[in-house]
Design a protein around this ligand. Structure first.
Ligand SMILES: NC(=O)C1=CN([C@@H]2O[C@H](COP(=O)(O)OP(=O)(O)OC[C@H]3O[C@@H](n4cnc5c(N)ncnc54)[C@H](O)[C@@H]3O)[C@@H](O)[C@H]2O)C=CC1
Ligand SMILES: N[C@@H](CC=O)C(=O)O
Length: 381
């Protein structure tokens, strides 16, 4: 077999493709904690591929935590001027956003990887100014309804996008799955599930051989918990996720509407996060008693969330050992959507529901969705 190779000047040789200028998107990351740092790593690793395959340049312009911000943090010249150290200045979210947006007309996306209401308070202003927002922070979508509506109005008026897939199920496709069901005419009837990676992991591991407090410390070190693990143990983090799903389905639910049965003793509810972590042993005896009671009843402990219309409840339950929730592994979340179409058998999304890397990937994918809406093609070739 011979393979014909066209000579250099043959008309069969494809003309060199005219270089098309890449789409440059300015990016700012708020909250370089566990998720934010994983996102920064993923952005750096994927930059060459996005440039070569998608003609997309995600240009990191700035990073801010609660106290410092780094502008042009990838600028070698700027870093060089301070002997290789990153140059920082006191955090100022307005200055930060304006710097990320720049004045050259490039689209800008802010990735909020904090768990802060202060940052969520800025979304409406950013969106109104045409700055896109992607986030795993649940505060906006589950916080005060009035703020959430203002955010929606701002995005609607400017056309800027807000994506928050990472808020429920971390890297699992939960919010978009529900959106797709509803946008194609389905109706949500009920949601039942395990919506906390931390609590799933804790109850998978808690067999009495290790104190509950030691497991909580381990979950915190693994990056599964919220910055303040009381948000997980109190059930509030799961309540937030239920509120997000309810609002997605058009139900104007608020956190106060959710019946929350938590695990945090009243006397530890108000202390500082550090003091709480030091007092964790206080959970050991009550949790050992719960485990013993569940075993005596022939069941296992699981943290379960339920939404049915406006009725929403979260808490620890004793469930049968052959129930599907009893067989979820590690940090698995299980989200069962009962809808008008999926009525005989619910649509189930299941998989790891916590961890910095999977969560960062959800934020990254949201960022690529924003770029996709600007015409960037995502393909494997
Ligand atoms: N860790 C996980 O598995 C998942 C986390 N999430 C969400 O991701 C977010 C981040 O979680 P982690 O990285 O684990 O927390 P973290 O505590 O490691 O990081 C939080 C970061 O936010 C920064 N921050 C706090 N207030 C700020 C402010 N006012 N302005 C600027 N920065 C501020 C902190 O300085 C820190 O860098 C949270 O909203 C969490 O609910 C969502 C799904 C899963
Ligand atoms: N702390 C949360 C993280 C994801 O939202 C959890 O454990 O589910």
């Amino acid at each position: 077999m011979s393979i014909a190779i066209a000579p250099p000047h043959s008309p069969l040789r494809a003309a060199p493709r005219r270089a098309v200028a890449p789409l440059v998107v300015h990016v700012g990351v708020v909250g370089p904690g566990k998720v934010g740092t994983a996102l920064l790593t993923q952005l750096r690793l994927m930059a060459p591929r996005l440039a070569s395959h998608c003609n997309l340049e995600l240009r990191l312009r700035a990073v801010s935590d609660s106290r410092h911000m780094w502008l042009d943090c990838d600028d070698e010249a700027l870093n060089g001027r301070s002997h290789g150290a990153q140059t920082w200045r006191p955090a100022d979210l307005d200055e930060f956003a304006a710097y990320v947006a720049g004045d050259g007309g490039e689209p800008a996306v802010l990735a909020d990887c904090s768990a802060s209401d202060v940052v969520a308070d800025r979304y409406a202003g950013w969106l109104a100014a045409g700055i896109h927002v992607v986030t795993p922070n649940k505060r906006a979508a589950s916080g005060p309804l009035e703020r959430w509506r203002r955010i929606g109005v701002a995005a609607g008026a400017s056309g800027a996008r807000l994506h928050y897939e990472g808020t429920v199920g971390a890297g699992l496709p939960v919010v978009q799955t529900l959106r797709d069901l509803l946008d194609t005419g389905d109706e949500l009837v009920a949601v039942e599930g395990m919506l906390s990676g931390t609590l799933a992991w804790l109850f998978n591991r808690f067999d009495g051989s290790t104190p509950f407090s030691a497991l909580v410390r381990e979950a915190h070190a693994l990056g599964y918990t919220e910055p303040d693990p009381r948000d997980d143990l109190s059930g509030m983090d799961v309540a937030r996720k239920l509120v997000i799903l309810a609002r997605e389905a058009g139900v104007a639910l608020s956190l106060e509407d959710v019946e929350v049965r938590g695990l945090v003793p009243d006397d530890l509810a108000a202390c500082s996060p550090d003091a709480f972590m030091e007092s964790l042993d206080a959970l050991d005896a009550p949790m050992a008693a719960r485990l013993a009671a569940a075993r005596a009843a022939g069941g296992v402990l699981r943290h379960v969330a339920r939404l049915d219309g406006r009725r929403a409840a979260v808490g620890v339950e004793t469930i049968e050992p052959d129930h599907a929730f009893a067989h979820a592994r590690l940090t698995d979340n299980v989200i069962r959507f009962a809808t008008r179409r999926y009525c005989d058998n619910a649509l189930v999304v299941q998989g790891p529901g916590a961890g910095p890397e999977v969560t960062a990937a959800a934020v990254f994918a949201d960022l690529l969705r924003v770029a996709g809406a600007m015409g960037v093609k995502r393909c494997a070739c």
